[in-house]
Design a protein around this ligand. Sequence first.
Ligand code: F6R
Length: 366
Amino acid sequence: EKGGFEHFMLKEIFEQPKSIKDCFRGRLIADEAKLVLGGIRDYATALINAERIVIVACGTSWHAGLVAEYIFEEFCRIPVEVEYASEFRYRNPVIKEGDIVFAISQSGETADTLAAMELAKSKGAIVLGVCNVVGSSISRVSHEGVYTHAGPEIGVASTKAFTAQLTVLTMIALKTALRKGTIAEQRYREILVDLENIPKKVEKALKTDEQVKKIAEIYKDARNFLYLGRGYNFPVALEGALKLKEISYIHAEGYPAAEMKHGPIALIDEEMPVVVIATRDSSYDKIVSNIQEVKARKGKVIAVVSEGDSLIPGMVDHTIEVPGTHESLMPMVSTIPLQLLSYHIAVMRGCNVDQPRNLAKSVTVE
Ligand code: F6R
């Protein structure tokens, strides 16, 4: 049932070109510039008129929420707050009638996320689910929702669910933005075509596997890792760090690259691997400076860059090239080598990647 792969996690990483396609099948019709999202039909207008959006989730799903924050704010011009479900539910949050609350969850059973939704509902919010498991508790409690259709995710570390969540959230944001008039039609069309091409780009990003494995070999005994990104790649840094800690038990931290100088830079020495997600986007020049700051302190830099980057390879210890796309879609591509890196390091350290210690696939207790 692992389809020839050694672990479910690896199988699920490699399934992503297909799971992303399954996610937009029948929903994204790029040549007609159409998005069909039947799951949220009744609340599409409420979304357009929303004064604010709150996203509640945990773990990797919370990271997908952070990417969605940037996407909704950029395209729809609606203010977004992303909340850990466990914090939101216990702090008497301000929710007004008509606020939109998205709950993102692979399993659809996460206790804190479920409780956060129920609280939001009781205060008059419209609660929309983005779930993978059909018929799960969260999907049943939502007013409406859009399934991610990534297929069963067995590995405890979430991989294909994350990229499918990003696909769904991007589609919702683009559709809302078009109807709201906050995105130019030409731009909307271009991004739809880019989205349709994401599976091919993910396919290409998966070809870095052998190269990533070699890098894993070099750093598998590190005690700490730092992951840095800016803009759309900041949540990718958080997600890369989470993947590494949960399956390899190496301590890792993700940071917005510019925050580094407010503390974590003190950790950097010649022993410290720093993974920098530095693909070509609007924060490229800034992240190049951050790489220089790390190199000036002799940190080892593993950079994820766009194909054809001619500047960064000369500055860093290792580069991993991934295909470019619109910056809002980049997390779906840039996260791939980080999933592979954590996987290979964990295997080399003899860890049980599909069932890491102390973790459960769905966290049904708070
Ligand atoms: C990380 C991971 C967890 C989950 C979190 C939320 O790889 O698997 O952090 O993302 O427990 O789970 P769901 O999405 O099922 O609500």
